[in-house]
Design a binder for this molecule. Sequence first.
Ligand SMILES: [Zn+2]
Length: 769
Amino acid sequence: MIAAGVVITPVLLSPLPRFNSPHSTVVEARDGSLLGARIADDGQWRFPGMKAVPDKFEKSLLTFEDGWFYYHPGINPVSILRAFRNNIKAGEVVSGGSTITMQVARISRGNRPRSYTEKFIEMLSALKLELFRSKKKILQLYTSNAPFGGNTVGLEAAAWRYTGKSATEITWAEAAALAILPNSPALVYPGRNQERLKTRRDALLKRLYNKKYIDSLTLVLALDEPLPGEPKPLPSKAPHLTDHFFITNKGEMIRTTIDAALQERAIEILNNHQKELTGNHIFNSACLIVEVETGNVLAYVGNSSLDDAGEHEGNVDIIHSLRSTGSILKPILFAGMQQSGDILPNTLIPDVPTRFPGFSPKNFDQSYSGAVSAGSALSQSLNIPAVKLLQKFNPEKFLDLLHKTGFVSFNKPADYYGLSLILGGGETTLWDLTGAYASLSRVLNRYNNSKKYYKQDFHPPVLVSNPEKVTLLTEDPDPPLSASSIWLTYEALQRVNRPETESGWQYFTSSSGLAWKTGTSFGFRDGWAVGTTPEYVTGVWVGNATGEGRPGLTGIAAAAPLMFDLVNLLRPGAWFKAPDEELNMIRVCSKSGFRAGPDCPETVEIQACVNGLRSEACPYHQMVHLNKSHTLQVTTECASPGDITNESWFVLPPAMEYFYKKKHSEYRTLPPFAPGCSSTRNIPVMEFIYPTPGIKIFIPRDQTGELTRVITDVVHRIPSKKIFWHLDASYIGTTTFIHRLEILAGRGDHVLTAVDEDGNTIRCAFTVI
Ligand SMILES: [Zn+2]
């Protein structure tokens, strides 16, 4: 009893080996293959978390080091006695006689110089380890922490560095060589050591054969295999993602959702495009591919990895960089307005010169079409209609919609962005953009399958699959966008009609089956492209990480071709199903796209969101009274009732008409009134383009300190008519054809009046601040 206590007490008091050394950060693809790793804080390649010891390595190791591992209690008296005898003979400690368990104890104590005291502590620790840990666990501790030469620690890091493979994939010859290294790590260095390593490895292979672990053919082939040479660089298949986890999950092994094969192809395609872009001094690009159903990220290429990428900020992870959105948010507004019933899919939207204080949007091609259907405005990415729509929808409401759909980077109040928000006045990331489209597609698919909405469906992309931990973007059970609004938007985005530049879009005629949108930021600094099928969303950004703009750096010319090549990597799928239960048939005016009014001559039934039933009726068809020959407007003042015919006339407001006419030769201007007839109807003949009623104008001073002038602009249905201008009570000038005038107005409230030669009058009150 006392004797037992004498043995057991020191064992219990001895330290239990622990390993607190920092680990490398290791990032794996979803199949467990290595995407990349970052060295541990102490400069060692020490991979975390090896769960099971590969069989080939275990057999090699135990055959080489500790044949009785599974039978001894941590120390092996026979080998200790043998080692003791050898040491006495040599006069110093040359041999440890250590079991694997004792070596675990030794490694945990930092490989101190060998001495009898150390050896004694190791033996006690080994006994304690055997009491408290399973054999498998001890073997795993050894395999994870043994030194493999240089700064390589643990089998997994050693396998990758010496064989370029995971430890689970190594051959018998590799397993044998690796089993020898912890005992004499210096053997890995080239030179004569290699011969000694080969002698030992071959001897071990023969022992493995003798133990019948391998057959004779395997032995012959294994003896013929070359030795592991100098450490190889670790794979670097997703360097920016690896850096990302180095910050968020340092020292951990991360199993990501990345599809290794797709990732490699995406890098290849991106770098191919990058070579061409570099010719135009566009040095950076990034792409993200997300699976719709799960939100899993399948490919993550944070930047170009061409050889010269380092000189051009290639280390910057663009996927998480904030960049100006350009037009890329327009579909979200379109969807929001379908859902609210503010517009129908083809409602005509004004496309006329528009100026806001300090902000005058222009279309990409600098032209105006007068009026354009909402769907065409979206697929052609026209800027002015987009601004008009945002004004109608309300920037604050839009900002809220952006937040709920996944654009979380807009952290300033709506006033800060103003109407320019829809043209790139704010910044987002490729991460948020691709994630938002994935959420929308997911909601549409889910609704089609279950007729229900789930608030969990709106979430950011997922890099590490964990169903327990889902980030919700909204607590609201009602979706920020309904399936029908998303579907109508995707239908518009599927149209191939992209004259954002002269060339480019014609190449994409096979894009049906893909809802896609491009964006170009102000000053040609950012080119975006995003496309979704029911299964995948592909997001692309190109530009310069430094922010430098380049001619030709547009979403359509630079980003879309890369996106289409990436989309071609993915399985082509069917188009989205229409959420029929949620779509309502609405009769609309064929000409204006508005809900049909009583005077609309031609109508057609279309599908729209339920709120579309309450949308505005066509404001452009008006019943007018004409003479028999339809050349003059008449009233009972100047014509007898029998000589009056009624006709429904398509009348756009003057400014819209002015530009619309140029592109639509079939447009007929409303005839003038017959002599003697005064206008009884309120169809304006003139309209202010600038200033607009109620506007507050800030007038800067020029270099000489003088107030600069305000240029006023009016459109008349019959441009040849003279217009007489008055500012407040003073006459200031007359114009014909081009009704534009420079005026000087001091601080305060003003009224600008325009009177045409027929006495028609319009007024505009404005304030100079
Ligand atoms: Zn109509």
